[in-house]
Design a protein around this ligand. Sequence first.
Ligand SMILES: C[S@@+](CC[C@H](N)C(=O)[O-])C[C@H]1O[C@@H](n2cnc3c(N)ncnc32)[C@H](O)[C@@H]1O
Length: 227
Amino acid sequence: MYRDFPEKYDEFATIGWNHKEENQIYNKFNFNEKQVADIGSGSGKSTFLLAPYAKFVIGIEPEKSMRDLAIKKVKEKGIANIRFIEGAAENIPLPYNSVDYVTAITTVMNPPDEVIPRFIEEAERVVKPGGTIIYKGVTPGWYGGELDHIIQDQWAIENDPIADNEWNKAGFSFEDYQVIQDYGTLDKIIDVYGFIFGLSVIEFLRKHRKTTITWSYRWYFKQVNAG
Ligand SMILES: C[S@@+](CC[C@H](N)C(=O)[O-])C[C@H]1O[C@@H](n2cnc3c(N)ncnc32)[C@H](O)[C@@H]1O
């Protein structure tokens, strides 16, 4: 989907639906005058939300079509404190001790037991002493939100608990937050969720006349070399 339908991803992504969640998280930290690297920045949604809090945000994304959409938006919006570059979680294209925060907001880390330890190593390399690494993932068992019992995403069922274990093993603490996606109409929610997840989801949405979906996200945090 990221490669072929980046605009559809934008309609599906829960980020930014309910700024309360991000505001709660970002207000816990002091981003004022800070440099942030946002890894797996996709079409830029996570980067655009961070930019008003920070001095500068570098969005780093391996998928060209997502990156191109983000670059197009940054030009249209005329935002000066964002740059998007190519790169991946396993190999962050930044120098040692160069940023105050590394964020990765629902960034795919596949396979988690290989990519997450490698990402943490890289994030610890680029973050300054006392800086913080922040990762947002889906709470294990919550992929598909309230539709998890229909969507039954095999990758998430197998990998979300493995990922959770990797963050815990590496000393990250976490907090869970619920987010409600409100599409307003049945047609709109079917347009997005039906497109991605197919007939069984469309039937469920129609039967229950659902226009909202609740998800639960797990935010992981770790301060590096606080001294
Ligand atoms: C669910 S999207 C999140 C995008 C953005 N952070 C947001 O909040 O909208 C996941 C992104 O992770 C990217 N991704 C996949 N594998 C990656 C890797 N190894 N390193 C960095 N990003 C990766 C995908 O290309 C995709 O853009």
